[in-house]
Design a protein around this ligand. Structure first.
Ligand SMILES: [Fe+2]
Length: 478
């Protein structure tokens, strides 16, 4: 555990990422309090950067850490867990060499500039997971995902979903239609042009339709919205110094430009044939994540999004995060947006939660459908916004405009709140979050009643090792 000296402004969250995470094999998890709900049967999968240093070198950005997957199985015989790094080819090469060999988002490959020209990036496989019937995909933004065994998390290799062209990315924020089982996703590729590649897969993951749309700018497109008829993309106003990256003069992250004068572009595609329906523009903002979206009876699309006033501050905060000490105020808050999909025109933009939050999640059964509750990770009340990490989870209720909060306690930090539907009662949902307790330097799995976040968790499970703060996960029902 890293000690915190008096001059440092480090907070307790930093200890969770101070050391590379330790894997563990399939292990029975102790129940620390409460009991596992009878209708909570399935597996929680989570991904995140688990190793942020190697050979005494620290990564340049939180996004650069090597991905490791946590699986927690809830069964009639209790809970088991397994935690494994994704054994990408680059991870194995760096393990062998015991030093960094590749550039990633936040730093270049070591060595002279001429050796870095157009050098391959490391697949960090650290952003999210897609649970398919016969495999788990570890997703990343810049190329193909890696396939893993659903039970053992053993890495099987790069996966093309039966239709990804070489090097084309398959992004982290796929959307699965709860009725048809179709899986929609995208990937932004940079070649002679910048393309937004769109994919539709059947329920097994196999790509059955694709299209490529030429963008007029390079931008960070990290997420999108699926509705009953559309795929909705908001393209932040950005640019990219591509030569600078190709020549190895700056990292990918350093080469991104915030260009508010361009405005946020709106692109709406027909989900049946993946063709463009409309294009619009609205005020400049940056976002990583949407919560959800749907169409009202009059055709208006309603969606929610965690919105930032610009890109530079949130990117800088996430860069600092890897060092364990942050200074930048980057306040993303939850907004609701209404737009006309036929014209691409925004009708209204309204803030609904005016506190720093991230990782908006809705129940899987409501993706692309009318919904009432968005779950979020939230900063605790009264803490330093520039220095702290999310110590609460919450549920925003759109019908009553109220926020129900689970404050996890001093020096405790949660992960993205994942909703799991009860297997016996579809009205009942559970919210599962991985908590790092900075008081004891342990990680635990906390299960809340989805309707009662302000009450004690119904169950707490112990984990054998510290799980570093991560990005995204999923719930796979048994
Ligand atoms: Fe994300």
């Amino acid at each position: 555990m890293q000690t915190i000296d008096k001059k440092s402004t480090k907070k307790a969250w930093a200890n969770a990422i101070a050391q590379p995470a330790t894997e563990f094999p399939l292990t029975q998890l102790p129940i620390l309090s409460g009991k596992i709900p009878e209708g909570l049967r399935g597996t929680l999968y989570r991904n995140g950067p688990a190793r942020l240093e190697r050979g005494n070198k620290r990564v340049g950005h939180w996004f650069d850490g090597d991905g490791a997957i946590l699986a927690v199985n809830f069964t009639d015989a209790g809970a088991t867990g397994v935690y494994r790094y994704v054994q990408t080819a680059e991870y194995q090469a760096e393990t062998q060499a015991d030093r960094y060999l590749y550039g990633v988002y936040g730093y270049n490959a070591p060595g002279p500039i001429w050796e870095n020209w157009n050098r391959q990036m490391k697949n960090s496989a650290n952003t999210s997971v897609l649970a398919l019937p016969d495999k788990l995909l570890a997703l990343w933004e810049a190329t193909h995902p890696y396939a893993l065994d659903l039970q053992t998390l053993e890495t099987q290799g790069l996966d093309d979903l039966g239709g990804l062209d070489k090097g084309i990315p398959y992004s982290a924020h796929y959307k699965r239609d709860p009725h048809t089982g179709e899986i929609f996703n995208f990937g932004v590729s940079i070649g002679l042009s910048v393309n937004l590649n769109l994919f539709k897969s059947d329920r097994t993951g196999k790509i059955i339709q694709k299209n490529a749309f030429k963008l007029d700018r390079y931008s960070i497109i990290h997420d999108f919205v699926l509705t009953q008829k559309y795929l909705v993309f908001f393209v932040p106003p950005m640019g990219f110094k591509i030569l600078s990256v190709l020549l190895g003069l700056s990292s990918f992250s350093e080469s991104l430009l915030w260009k508010p004068q361009l405005g946020t572009q709106i692109l709406i595609f027909d989900r049946e044939n993946l063709s463009l329906v409309s294009r619009g523009e609205t005020e400049p903002w940056f976002h990583w994540h949407f919560g959800n979206g749907y169409e009202e009876q009059d055709g208006t699309v309603i969606l929610d999004v965690v919105k930032y006033s610009d890109f530079d501050q949130t990117n800088e905060f996430l860069r600092e995060f890897a060092s364990g000490e942050t200074h930048t105020v980057a306040k993303g808050t939850l907004w609701q947006v209404r737009l006309n999909p036929q014209t691409g025109k925004v009708i209204g933009v309204q803030e609904v939660v005016n506190r720093k939050c991230e990782f908006p999640v809705v129940p899987q059964a409501q993706v692309g459908q009318p919904w009432h509750h968005t779950y979020i990770s939230l900063l605790q009340q009264g803490v330093d916004i520039d220095k702290e990490w999310f110590g609460a989870i919450a549920r925003f209720d759109y019908q009553t405009a109220t926020l129900t909060e689970a404050d996890l306690g001093t020096n405790r930090y949660g992960s993205e709140p994942i909703h799991a539907q009860d297997s016996q009662n579809p009205q009942q949902g559970w919210v599962v979050t991985v908590v790092y307790d900075g008081n004891t330097h342990h990680s635990e799995v906390w299960v809340f009643d989805g309707d009662r976040l302000n009450e004690e968790p119904v169950c707490k499970l112990g984990l054998p090792s510290v799980i570093p703060h991560g990005f995204h996960g999923t719930w796979k029902p048994a």
